[in-house]
Design a protein around this ligand. Structure first.
Ligand SMILES: [Zn+2]
Length: 133
């Protein structure tokens, strides 16, 4: 099931959390999300663009961990990055810390810890762009 071209198979969502949140995240239970910027890494081998469109949509049934975060008030996606790298490699290249162990990593076998990483407190974030897919 391998594609010979470098079509995107994984993606990253850069997510801004404007104020500290306490959210239930499915079976992971309630967790704190300090205000700041997060990077979520996911993959979709089929229906790639549909997946991205789903993330950007507000109305949906909460299914994946990321849905719980994106459904929270004030949380928005600032940037979407498409990649042909394998999901876990892409994730491990992010310099950030795991704040919610297991987040988005239910089927991760590469020891990522989580596929959501906190990359920095928000604040003066210069050059923030409001692109909302
Ligand atoms: Zn992983």
């Amino acid at each position: 099931m391998r594609s010979s071209t470098s079509v995107p198979v994984s993606y990253q969502l850069v997510i801004e959390v404007p104020s500290t949140l306490h959210l239930p995240v499915g079976r992971l239970g309630e967790h704190e999300f300090p205000a700041g910027t997060y990077v979520y890494t996911g993959s979709a081998r089929r229906g790639f663009e549909a997946r991205l469109a789903r993330h950007a949509r507000a109305e949906k049934r909460l299914r994946w961990h990321i849905d719980y975060l994106l459904a929270a008030p004030g949380v928005w996606i600032t940037r979407i990055v498409r990649s042909s790298l394998e999901e876990c490699r892409l994730n491990q290249a992010v310099k950030g810390i795991v704040t919610v162990p297991g987040f988005g990593a239910s089927d991760c076998t590469a020891g990522c810890g989580a596929h959501l990483r906190f990359v920095g407190a928000s604040g003066k974030s210069a050059g923030r762009d409001r692109t909302h897919a």
